[in-house]
Structures are given as C-alpha cells and as structure tokens.
Design a protein around this ligand. Sequence first.
Ligand SMILES: [Zn+2]
Length: 248
Amino acid sequence: MIDPERFCESLAQLATQAGFAQQTLAEISGYPLLAFQRNARGAGESPFRLYLSSGVHGDEPAGPLAIARMLENDLLPQRLELVLLPFINPTGFALRTRENALGQDLNRDFRHPKNQETLAVKNLIDSLPPFDLSLALHEDWESVGFYMYSISPDSDPSKARAILEAVEQAGPLERSSLIDGSPAHGGLIDRPANFDIEGRDDWPEAFLLYSKSRHAHYTLESASSAPLEQRIAQHTAGVLRAIELHCS
Ligand SMILES: [Zn+2]
C-alpha cells in the first residue's frame, strides 16, 4: 500500500521534474493536500483544459500510482493545460480506509463541503476557468472488471466506448448489466447530458465538475481484485485515450 508521507514527497518530485507548479491546498493531519498545475506549450490562445484526480478513497491505490507513473514517464501531453489532484484523501491512505480519518466518504461531500479536503478541492475548482474534460480515477472492491461512469454534454457514448476499448487492451472490462445499482453495458454507465445532478445533495466530485461547465467527465473504476499493475495499466490507457479523443 501507499505510505502517504513518502508518496506525497515522491509525487512532488515527479511533478516538479515534469514541469508542474505545486500548491499545498491544505494540511490534513500533517499531510499536504497537493495540487499540481502545468500551462500548455505550443497550443495557441485557448489550450484544452484537463482536470485529473485520484485518491479520494484511501483504499484505492491504483489511481494515484497511475498518475505517479504518468508523471515519471512523461506521458501527459505538453499541449494541455493540466490540473492534477492525485491524492485527495491522505489520511484515508494512512488508515487504508475508503473514508478520511473522520470517517467521511469524501466522494459524497462535494456539493456543500463539510470536510477540509473537499472544501479545499472545491475552492480550487471554483477559482479556475472551466475545464474541457475531467477524469477521476477510482477502484471498486466488488467488480471483477474495469468500468466507467460517463457524463457528456452531447449524450454521445462513442468516445466513452472507444476509451473502454483502449482500457480492455490492458485488462478485462466489467460485463455485468447492473453495476453499483446502475444499468451498464460493456463496462459503461452512461449518464445523459440532462442527468439530474440537482436532485442529489451528496455530490461526488464528478457532479461538482460537471455543474461548472457541462464538459465531458469520466470516472474510471478499476477492479481492486485485479493485479495492481493491470489496474495501473488500465487507468493509464483510459486517461491517455480520453485525452487523444477529446483533444485532437
Ligand atoms: Zn473510489
């Protein structure tokens, strides 16, 4: 598993090497909540803006490790304006729990934040221009394969399907027709553009992001039961394919 203190140091080093500016949004029980931003190079007046996050749940290491790997191998294209929040719940990782040290599921707290972590992330998102694409990396302890939630302003699932095709090259998809209570097909839980986010008070990060600018959002879920290297490879494949498809 991940040691939060060492992992934050390593993230900071990798991100700095990759040309990111670092910001500590909050101190959470002595751990920094780190955000990294990098301006686009050679992309003209209005570069494509990507938000990429992970580590909202402390028992889901694949997302943070995938982002660290992408930084280490310099896989994120320079032409993007990037905001990275790789490790939102450090106390959850210290305790190896889904929730933070206060027992709160942060991914139900992005509408009216009651936790330091979600408040810091919301304040950052509120202070920034809208994004063109946002991606959140998670894991699921119950699924046997990889799946993805998609919300898109054009209600066209073709890009989401293409992302999952790339993910499948690195490992199997979840084929169940019902995932976490939602109808799914080929590993995709597809939310329409008019998906009712206002009716819920316990917003996940995805709803906060989508409420800002109605851009395409994907929440990628790897199966915790799969080998860690496979989960990392699937997340990486999904992120890179999503970038390729949306920012061509
Ligand atoms: Zn999660």
